[in-house]
Ligand binder design. Structure first.
Ligand code: ARG
Length: 279
């Protein structure tokens, strides 16, 4: 009896492994950190896989289709996305990654893709009350400025803000924005595209500080992050990116993502009897 049970168990395990291998072949796992509108964010009116939206999600769908695979988005914090690629628990991460020398040394990075004007500038946002008050790096002296762990923005803060500015690492930008509102820090370093979305959706709460980082041109476009040595997959991804560029998809995807990001809090708007926005 015991023998039969253990034989059945072994058979089950073999089937499970076979199933696992097969589904791995057909599924493209893409890590995203959905706290970076308009690149990747959450549509709270939807649930599960459908709730992840934005430019990079559209791009991920396009890549999966081009590779003939089913897409599985794996939501993780931005730093965890990078670890997941490194250890190979996902096939790639598409999460608004800027090219950096350090990343190029540790990962396979795709060719550039053009994400609208999302990262043409890197700025610091602050509370509405402090709008425009911090136009120079020195004006952050003695203040608390937040930036995301393992991000370009964090590196820029460390390089360009004064020594006595307290730089606070945050794991999740959605939470960080709430912390800015509640006064846990004075300001937050973000990409232009995200600054525009946050300010458009929360005009009474957030505003530009007046400061903009000095950033070289190589950081303006984004790249897809793959495991070091995944050369065949990287080459296929690059072919697909080139085809998307030739077809003129990038501009369309960005405009769509931006429109969706800026209407994301439309539930909070109230209307009068004529259907005009009230207040
Ligand atoms: N472009 C910046 C970087 O590469 C920020 C990207 C943040 N992305 C995100 N999904 N939170 O570091």
């Amino acid at each position: 009896m015991k023998k039969i049970v253990s034989l059945i168990l072994v058979a089950c395990m073999m089937l499970a492994f076979a199933g696992c291998g097969a589904s791995d072949e057909n599924v493209l796992k893409v890590a995203i950190s959905p706290d970076f509108a308009p690149m990747e964010f959450v549509d709270a009116t939807k649930s599960g896989q459908d709730s992840y939206v934005g430019f990079d999600v559209t791009l991920a769908k396009y890549i999966a289709e081009g590779l003939g695979k089913e897409l599985e988005l794996v939501p993780l914090s931005f730093d965890a996305c990078q670890v997941a690629v490194q250890v190979g628990s996902v096939d790639m991460s598409i999460s608004g990654f800027s090219w950096t020398e350090e990343r190029a040394a540790n990962y396979n990075l795709s060719d550039y893709y053009y994400a609208g004007d999302n990262e043409t500038e890197q700025v610091i946002i602050t509370t509405k009350a402090n709008e425009g008050k911090f136009a120079t790096a020195e004006s952050f002296s003695g203040l608390k400025v937040a930036a995301q762990t393992a991000s370009l923005q964090l590196a820029l803060c460390q390089e360009q803000l004064p020594e006595d500015c307290e730089i606070i690492e945050v794991v999740d930008l959605t939470t960080a924005f709430l912390q800015l509102q509640s006064g846990e820090f004075d300001a937050m370093a973000v990409a232009t595209g995200q600054a525009e979305v946050l300010i458009a959706n929360n005009p009474e709460i957030a505003a530009l500080s007046g400061f903009q980082f000095e950033v070289s041109a190589e950081y303006e476009a984004n790249v897809i992050m793959l495991q070091k040595g995944a050369d065949e997959l990287t080459a296929k991804v690059n072919e697909l990116l080139a085809a998307a560029y030739d077809a003129g998809y990038y501009g369309v995807w960005y405009e769509e993502a931006l429109a969706l990001a800026e209407s994301a809090n439309s539930q909070e708007v109230s209307y009068d009897d004529e259907g005009n926005v009230a207040g």
